[in-house]
Write a protein that binds this ligand. Structure first.
Ligand code: NAD
Ligand code: UFG
Length: 339
Protein backbone atom coordinates (compact mmCIF):
# COMPACT_ATOMS: atom_id res chain seq x y z
CA UNK A 1 0.00 0.00 0.00
CA UNK A 2 1.22 3.52 -0.65
CA UNK A 3 0.50 7.09 0.42
CA UNK A 4 0.03 10.00 -1.94
CA UNK A 5 2.00 13.03 -0.75
CA UNK A 6 0.86 16.22 -2.45
CA UNK A 7 3.42 19.02 -2.25
CA UNK A 8 5.95 16.36 -1.23
CA UNK A 9 9.02 18.24 -2.50
CA UNK A 10 8.16 21.30 -0.38
CA UNK A 11 9.58 22.16 3.03
CA UNK A 12 7.27 20.16 5.30
CA UNK A 13 6.37 17.54 2.68
CA UNK A 14 10.00 16.55 2.05
CA UNK A 15 10.69 16.10 5.77
CA UNK A 16 7.53 14.05 6.14
CA UNK A 17 8.47 11.80 3.22
CA UNK A 18 11.82 11.12 4.94
CA UNK A 19 10.08 10.17 8.21
CA UNK A 20 7.50 8.01 6.43
CA UNK A 21 10.16 6.13 4.48
CA UNK A 22 12.06 5.67 7.75
CA UNK A 23 8.92 4.08 9.20
CA UNK A 24 8.69 1.64 6.28
CA UNK A 25 5.91 3.43 4.38
CA UNK A 26 5.82 3.80 0.59
CA UNK A 27 5.29 7.32 -0.75
CA UNK A 28 4.13 8.59 -4.13
CA UNK A 29 4.80 12.32 -4.51
CA UNK A 30 2.95 14.81 -6.69
CA UNK A 31 4.17 18.40 -6.99
CA UNK A 32 4.21 21.02 -9.74
CA UNK A 33 7.43 22.65 -8.48
CA UNK A 34 5.77 26.07 -8.20
CA UNK A 35 7.61 26.48 -4.88
CA UNK A 36 10.15 23.63 -4.78
CA UNK A 37 12.86 22.03 -6.87
CA UNK A 38 13.50 18.59 -8.41
CA UNK A 39 16.82 18.25 -6.55
CA UNK A 40 14.81 17.65 -3.37
CA UNK A 41 14.15 14.15 -4.69
CA UNK A 42 17.92 13.49 -4.86
CA UNK A 43 18.27 14.73 -1.29
CA UNK A 44 15.45 12.51 -0.03
CA UNK A 45 17.19 9.58 -1.72
CA UNK A 46 20.54 10.56 -0.19
CA UNK A 47 19.04 10.53 3.32
CA UNK A 48 16.81 7.45 3.04
CA UNK A 49 18.36 5.35 0.27
CA UNK A 50 14.93 5.27 -1.37
CA UNK A 51 13.77 7.34 -4.33
CA UNK A 52 10.02 7.80 -4.04
CA UNK A 53 7.88 7.60 -7.16
CA UNK A 54 7.31 11.16 -8.38
CA UNK A 55 4.78 12.90 -10.64
CA UNK A 56 5.21 16.47 -11.83
CA UNK A 57 1.61 17.64 -12.07
CA UNK A 58 -0.75 20.37 -10.93
CA UNK A 59 -3.42 19.11 -8.53
CA UNK A 60 -5.95 21.25 -10.37
CA UNK A 61 -5.39 19.08 -13.47
CA UNK A 62 -8.01 16.39 -12.97
CA UNK A 63 -6.83 14.22 -15.87
CA UNK A 64 -3.29 14.17 -14.46
CA UNK A 65 -4.61 13.28 -11.00
CA UNK A 66 -6.74 10.51 -12.50
CA UNK A 67 -3.66 9.06 -14.16
CA UNK A 68 -1.77 9.00 -10.87
CA UNK A 69 -4.53 7.06 -9.14
CA UNK A 70 -4.90 4.69 -12.11
CA UNK A 71 -1.18 3.97 -12.22
CA UNK A 72 -1.02 3.47 -8.43
CA UNK A 73 -3.96 1.25 -7.49
CA UNK A 74 -2.34 0.57 -4.12
CA UNK A 75 -2.83 4.17 -2.90
CA UNK A 76 -4.65 3.99 0.45
CA UNK A 77 -4.39 7.52 1.81
CA UNK A 78 -3.20 11.02 1.09
CA UNK A 79 -1.25 13.64 3.01
CA UNK A 80 -2.16 16.93 1.41
CA UNK A 81 0.54 19.61 1.70
CA UNK A 82 0.23 21.24 -1.72
CA UNK A 83 -0.81 24.85 -1.58
CA UNK A 84 0.41 28.42 -1.77
CA UNK A 85 1.33 29.84 1.63
CA UNK A 86 2.66 33.41 1.48
CA UNK A 87 0.33 35.60 3.54
CA UNK A 88 1.35 38.92 1.92
CA UNK A 89 1.17 37.52 -1.60
CA UNK A 90 -2.31 36.17 -0.87
CA UNK A 91 -3.49 39.71 -0.05
CA UNK A 92 -2.07 40.98 -3.36
CA UNK A 93 -3.28 37.98 -5.42
CA UNK A 94 -6.45 36.64 -3.79
CA UNK A 95 -7.76 34.95 -6.92
CA UNK A 96 -4.55 32.99 -7.35
CA UNK A 97 -4.77 31.75 -3.75
CA UNK A 98 -8.45 30.80 -3.88
CA UNK A 99 -7.99 29.17 -7.28
CA UNK A 100 -4.89 27.18 -6.40
CA UNK A 101 -5.65 26.12 -2.84
CA UNK A 102 -9.37 25.41 -3.22
CA UNK A 103 -9.54 23.93 -6.73
CA UNK A 104 -6.57 21.67 -6.03
CA UNK A 105 -8.23 20.33 -2.89
CA UNK A 106 -11.62 19.84 -4.55
CA UNK A 107 -10.02 18.06 -7.50
CA UNK A 108 -7.93 15.86 -5.23
CA UNK A 109 -10.94 14.87 -3.11
CA UNK A 110 -13.08 14.14 -6.16
CA UNK A 111 -10.44 11.82 -7.61
CA UNK A 112 -9.83 10.19 -4.22
CA UNK A 113 -13.57 9.55 -3.84
CA UNK A 114 -13.77 8.05 -7.31
CA UNK A 115 -10.95 5.64 -6.46
CA UNK A 116 -12.38 4.87 -3.05
CA UNK A 117 -9.40 6.39 -1.21
CA UNK A 118 -11.05 8.11 1.74
CA UNK A 119 -8.26 8.87 4.15
CA UNK A 120 -6.71 12.34 4.17
CA UNK A 121 -4.35 14.27 6.45
CA UNK A 122 -4.53 18.00 5.74
CA UNK A 123 -2.05 20.83 6.44
CA UNK A 124 -4.00 23.51 8.22
CA UNK A 125 -2.62 26.34 10.30
CA UNK A 126 -2.97 28.10 13.63
CA UNK A 127 -4.04 31.02 11.48
CA UNK A 128 -7.60 29.60 11.66
CA UNK A 129 -7.77 30.78 15.30
CA UNK A 130 -7.27 34.40 14.21
CA UNK A 131 -6.30 36.62 17.15
CA UNK A 132 -6.90 34.17 20.02
CA UNK A 133 -8.94 35.16 23.07
CA UNK A 134 -6.35 33.48 25.30
CA UNK A 135 -3.24 31.33 25.08
CA UNK A 136 -2.40 28.47 25.05
CA UNK A 137 -4.97 27.69 22.36
CA UNK A 138 -6.91 24.39 22.56
CA UNK A 139 -8.63 22.92 19.46
CA UNK A 140 -11.98 23.87 21.03
CA UNK A 141 -11.11 27.59 20.85
CA UNK A 142 -13.40 29.47 18.49
CA UNK A 143 -12.03 29.81 15.01
CA UNK A 144 -11.35 33.52 14.61
CA UNK A 145 -11.68 35.88 11.70
CA UNK A 146 -8.91 35.42 9.19
CA UNK A 147 -7.10 38.53 8.06
CA UNK A 148 -5.96 37.34 4.64
CA UNK A 149 -7.00 35.07 1.73
CA UNK A 150 -4.37 32.45 2.61
CA UNK A 151 -5.89 31.97 6.06
CA UNK A 152 -9.36 31.97 4.58
CA UNK A 153 -8.43 29.07 2.26
CA UNK A 154 -7.44 27.06 5.35
CA UNK A 155 -10.80 27.83 7.00
CA UNK A 156 -12.67 26.91 3.84
CA UNK A 157 -10.77 23.67 3.26
CA UNK A 158 -11.36 22.60 6.88
CA UNK A 159 -15.07 23.16 6.24
CA UNK A 160 -15.01 21.32 2.90
CA UNK A 161 -13.33 18.28 4.46
CA UNK A 162 -15.73 18.33 7.41
CA UNK A 163 -18.73 18.41 5.06
CA UNK A 164 -17.23 15.58 3.05
CA UNK A 165 -17.09 13.44 6.18
CA UNK A 166 -20.63 14.42 7.18
CA UNK A 167 -21.91 13.29 3.77
CA UNK A 168 -19.96 10.03 3.83
CA UNK A 169 -18.73 8.74 7.18
CA UNK A 170 -16.39 6.27 5.51
CA UNK A 171 -13.96 9.19 5.19
CA UNK A 172 -11.22 9.70 7.71
CA UNK A 173 -10.11 13.32 7.87
CA UNK A 174 -7.23 14.46 10.04
CA UNK A 175 -6.73 18.21 10.18
CA UNK A 176 -3.34 19.25 11.55
CA UNK A 177 -3.10 22.87 12.64
CA UNK A 178 0.57 23.73 12.49
CA UNK A 179 2.00 26.49 14.63
CA UNK A 180 5.38 27.83 13.37
CA UNK A 181 7.40 25.10 11.60
CA UNK A 182 11.16 25.80 11.61
CA UNK A 183 14.54 24.06 11.58
CA UNK A 184 15.71 21.45 9.13
CA UNK A 185 16.67 17.81 8.89
CA UNK A 186 19.75 17.18 11.09
CA UNK A 187 21.69 16.03 7.98
CA UNK A 188 21.49 19.54 6.50
CA UNK A 189 20.42 17.97 3.19
CA UNK A 190 16.85 19.27 3.21
CA UNK A 191 15.44 22.46 4.70
CA UNK A 192 13.42 25.57 4.01
CA UNK A 193 14.33 27.38 0.79
CA UNK A 194 12.35 30.63 0.63
CA UNK A 195 12.69 32.51 -2.64
CA UNK A 196 13.88 36.09 -2.36
CA UNK A 197 13.73 37.92 0.95
CA UNK A 198 12.31 35.61 3.63
CA UNK A 199 8.99 36.69 5.18
CA UNK A 200 9.32 34.47 8.22
CA UNK A 201 11.49 35.00 11.25
CA UNK A 202 13.65 31.85 11.29
CA UNK A 203 14.93 31.92 7.71
CA UNK A 204 15.59 35.63 8.10
CA UNK A 205 17.57 35.11 11.30
CA UNK A 206 19.65 32.32 9.74
CA UNK A 207 20.50 34.60 6.82
CA UNK A 208 21.55 37.41 9.19
CA UNK A 209 23.67 35.03 11.28
CA UNK A 210 25.51 33.78 8.20
CA UNK A 211 26.12 37.32 6.97
CA UNK A 212 23.81 37.14 3.96
CA UNK A 213 21.69 39.97 5.41
CA UNK A 214 22.90 42.84 7.58
CA UNK A 215 20.34 42.88 10.40
CA UNK A 216 16.98 41.60 11.51
CA UNK A 217 14.03 43.95 11.69
CA UNK A 218 12.05 43.16 14.83
CA UNK A 219 8.48 44.07 14.03
CA UNK A 220 7.35 45.94 17.15
CA UNK A 221 8.38 45.81 20.82
CA UNK A 222 5.17 47.21 22.30
CA UNK A 223 3.00 44.09 22.31
CA UNK A 224 1.41 42.82 25.50
CA UNK A 225 4.07 40.11 25.94
CA UNK A 226 6.91 39.72 28.48
CA UNK A 227 9.48 41.63 26.39
CA UNK A 228 7.07 43.42 24.05
CA UNK A 229 7.96 41.38 20.95
CA UNK A 230 5.67 38.81 19.28
CA UNK A 231 5.42 35.36 20.87
CA UNK A 232 5.03 32.19 18.78
CA UNK A 233 5.15 28.42 19.14
CA UNK A 234 8.11 27.27 17.03
CA UNK A 235 8.04 23.58 16.17
CA UNK A 236 10.92 21.57 14.66
CA UNK A 237 9.94 20.39 11.19
CA UNK A 238 11.04 16.81 11.99
CA UNK A 239 8.68 16.74 14.99
CA UNK A 240 5.96 18.07 12.72
CA UNK A 241 6.76 15.38 10.15
CA UNK A 242 6.43 12.73 12.87
CA UNK A 243 2.98 14.08 13.75
CA UNK A 244 1.85 13.21 10.20
CA UNK A 245 2.93 9.61 10.67
CA UNK A 246 0.93 9.43 13.90
CA UNK A 247 -2.08 11.10 12.29
CA UNK A 248 -1.96 8.61 9.45
CA UNK A 249 -1.79 5.66 11.86
CA UNK A 250 -4.81 7.06 13.70
CA UNK A 251 -6.71 7.66 10.44
CA UNK A 252 -6.20 4.01 9.56
CA UNK A 253 -8.02 3.03 12.76
CA UNK A 254 -10.96 5.43 12.89
CA UNK A 255 -13.30 7.06 10.43
CA UNK A 256 -13.85 10.56 11.75
CA UNK A 257 -12.98 14.17 11.25
CA UNK A 258 -10.47 15.25 13.88
CA UNK A 259 -8.38 18.41 14.37
CA UNK A 260 -5.06 18.51 16.19
CA UNK A 261 -2.81 21.37 17.18
CA UNK A 262 0.79 20.64 16.27
CA UNK A 263 3.01 22.80 18.42
CA UNK A 264 5.27 22.45 21.44
CA UNK A 265 3.04 24.39 23.84
CA UNK A 266 5.82 26.87 24.62
CA UNK A 267 5.85 30.42 23.32
CA UNK A 268 9.08 32.26 22.53
CA UNK A 269 9.44 35.96 21.72
CA UNK A 270 11.37 37.34 18.76
CA UNK A 271 14.17 38.40 21.13
CA UNK A 272 14.20 34.91 22.71
CA UNK A 273 14.85 33.54 19.21
CA UNK A 274 17.67 36.00 18.60
CA UNK A 275 19.32 35.00 21.90
CA UNK A 276 18.78 31.27 21.35
CA UNK A 277 20.26 31.52 17.88
CA UNK A 278 23.31 33.38 19.10
CA UNK A 279 23.83 30.86 21.90
CA UNK A 280 23.40 27.86 19.58
CA UNK A 281 25.72 29.11 16.84
CA UNK A 282 28.17 31.40 18.62
CA UNK A 283 27.46 34.07 16.00
CA UNK A 284 25.71 37.39 16.51
CA UNK A 285 22.35 38.40 15.11
CA UNK A 286 22.23 42.19 14.88
CA UNK A 287 18.71 43.61 15.01
CA UNK A 288 16.74 46.85 15.00
CA UNK A 289 13.30 47.43 16.42
CA UNK A 290 10.95 48.75 13.74
CA UNK A 291 7.18 49.31 13.38
CA UNK A 292 4.72 46.49 13.92
CA UNK A 293 3.95 44.42 10.81
CA UNK A 294 0.34 44.76 9.63
CA UNK A 295 -1.82 41.77 10.52
CA UNK A 296 0.51 40.39 13.24
CA UNK A 297 -0.85 39.29 16.60
CA UNK A 298 0.84 39.49 20.01
CA UNK A 299 0.97 35.86 21.08
CA UNK A 300 0.04 32.51 19.58
CA UNK A 301 0.97 29.15 21.09
CA UNK A 302 -0.68 25.77 21.27
CA UNK A 303 -2.22 23.60 23.88
CA UNK A 304 -0.86 20.37 22.32
CA UNK A 305 -2.44 17.99 24.86
CA UNK A 306 -5.00 16.49 22.46
CA UNK A 307 -2.28 15.34 20.05
CA UNK A 308 -0.46 13.71 22.96
CA UNK A 309 -3.59 12.02 24.32
CA UNK A 310 -5.02 10.75 21.04
CA UNK A 311 -2.07 10.49 18.65
CA UNK A 312 0.59 9.69 21.24
CA UNK A 313 2.67 12.50 19.75
CA UNK A 314 4.61 15.23 21.44
CA UNK A 315 7.48 17.43 20.27
CA UNK A 316 10.96 16.11 21.09
CA UNK A 317 13.34 18.73 19.74
CA UNK A 318 14.40 21.80 21.75
CA UNK A 319 14.69 25.39 20.61
CA UNK A 320 18.46 24.91 20.60
CA UNK A 321 18.03 21.98 18.15
CA UNK A 322 15.80 24.13 15.93
CA UNK A 323 18.46 26.87 15.82
CA UNK A 324 21.40 24.50 15.25
CA UNK A 325 19.65 22.55 12.50
CA UNK A 326 18.40 25.70 10.74
CA UNK A 327 21.95 27.05 10.87
CA UNK A 328 23.45 23.77 9.65
CA UNK A 329 21.10 23.81 6.64
CA UNK A 330 21.82 27.48 5.86
CA UNK A 331 25.59 27.04 6.22
CA UNK A 332 25.67 23.96 4.00
CA UNK A 333 23.28 25.47 1.45
CA UNK A 334 23.89 29.25 1.42
CA UNK A 335 21.75 29.59 -1.72
CA UNK A 336 19.21 26.98 -0.73
CA UNK A 337 18.81 24.22 -3.30
CA UNK A 338 20.54 26.38 -5.94
CA UNK A 339 24.02 25.72 -4.57
P1 NAD B 1 6.04 24.68 0.48
O1 NAD B 1 5.68 25.81 -0.44
O2 NAD B 1 7.47 24.45 0.76
O3 NAD B 1 5.40 23.32 -0.07
C1 NAD B 1 4.18 23.30 -0.77
C2 NAD B 1 4.42 22.51 -2.06
O4 NAD B 1 3.19 22.44 -2.79
C3 NAD B 1 5.46 23.14 -2.98
O5 NAD B 1 6.43 22.17 -3.29
C4 NAD B 1 4.66 23.56 -4.21
O6 NAD B 1 5.43 23.44 -5.40
C5 NAD B 1 3.48 22.60 -4.17
N1 NAD B 1 2.24 23.06 -4.80
C6 NAD B 1 1.55 24.22 -4.56
N2 NAD B 1 0.45 24.26 -5.32
C7 NAD B 1 0.42 23.11 -6.06
C8 NAD B 1 -0.48 22.57 -7.03
N3 NAD B 1 -1.57 23.24 -7.42
N4 NAD B 1 -0.20 21.37 -7.59
C9 NAD B 1 0.92 20.69 -7.21
N5 NAD B 1 1.80 21.14 -6.29
C10 NAD B 1 1.55 22.34 -5.73
O7 NAD B 1 5.23 24.92 1.84
P2 NAD B 1 5.36 24.18 3.24
O8 NAD B 1 5.93 25.15 4.21
O9 NAD B 1 5.99 22.85 3.07
O10 NAD B 1 3.82 24.03 3.60
C11 NAD B 1 3.09 22.84 3.31
C12 NAD B 1 1.65 23.04 3.71
O11 NAD B 1 1.59 23.40 5.09
C13 NAD B 1 0.95 24.17 2.96
O12 NAD B 1 -0.39 23.78 2.71
C14 NAD B 1 0.99 25.32 3.93
O13 NAD B 1 -0.07 26.24 3.74
C15 NAD B 1 0.84 24.59 5.26
N6 NAD B 1 1.37 25.35 6.40
C16 NAD B 1 2.66 25.82 6.35
C17 NAD B 1 3.15 26.58 7.43
C18 NAD B 1 4.56 27.12 7.40
O14 NAD B 1 4.85 28.03 8.15
N7 NAD B 1 5.48 26.59 6.57
C19 NAD B 1 2.32 26.87 8.52
C20 NAD B 1 1.02 26.37 8.54
C21 NAD B 1 0.55 25.60 7.46
N1 UFG C 1 9.15 38.79 12.77
C1 UFG C 1 10.07 39.82 12.92
N2 UFG C 1 10.90 40.08 11.89
C2 UFG C 1 10.89 39.38 10.72
C3 UFG C 1 9.93 38.31 10.59
C4 UFG C 1 9.07 38.07 11.64
O1 UFG C 1 10.11 40.49 13.95
O2 UFG C 1 11.66 39.68 9.81
C5 UFG C 1 8.25 38.47 13.92
C6 UFG C 1 6.77 38.61 13.61
O3 UFG C 1 6.33 39.92 13.85
C7 UFG C 1 6.17 37.58 14.58
C8 UFG C 1 7.25 36.47 14.65
O4 UFG C 1 8.45 37.09 14.23
O5 UFG C 1 6.01 38.14 15.85
C9 UFG C 1 6.96 35.29 13.76
O6 UFG C 1 6.74 35.73 12.43
P1 UFG C 1 6.66 34.70 11.19
O7 UFG C 1 6.46 35.54 9.96
O8 UFG C 1 7.84 33.80 11.22
O9 UFG C 1 5.40 33.82 11.53
P2 UFG C 1 3.88 34.24 11.75
O10 UFG C 1 3.50 33.70 13.08
O11 UFG C 1 3.64 35.65 11.49
O12 UFG C 1 3.16 33.45 10.55
C10 UFG C 1 3.09 32.04 10.58
C11 UFG C 1 3.03 31.47 9.16
C12 UFG C 1 1.78 31.87 8.46
C13 UFG C 1 0.58 31.57 9.31
C14 UFG C 1 0.74 32.22 10.67
C15 UFG C 1 -0.39 31.90 11.61
O13 UFG C 1 4.14 31.91 8.42
O14 UFG C 1 1.67 31.12 7.28
O15 UFG C 1 1.94 31.71 11.27
O16 UFG C 1 -0.42 30.54 11.86
F1 UFG C 1 -0.53 32.08 8.72
Amino acid sequence: MSILITGGTGFIGSHTVVELIGAGETCVIVDNFCNSKPVVLDRIEAITGVRPRFYEADLCDEAAMERIFEENPDLESCIHFAGLKAVGESVAKPLLYYQNNLISTLTLCRVMQKHDVKRIVFSSSATVYGDPISVPIPETAPRGLTTNPYGETKQMIERILTDLYRADTEWSVSILRYFNPVGAHPSGLIGEDPCGIPNNLFPYVTQVATGKRAFLQVFGDDYDTPDGTGVRDYIHVVDLAQAHLKALQRARKVTAVECFNVGTGTGYSVLDIVKAFEAATGRSVPYRIVERRAGDIAACYADPQKAENILGWRAQYSLDDMCRHADNWQTKNPNGYDT
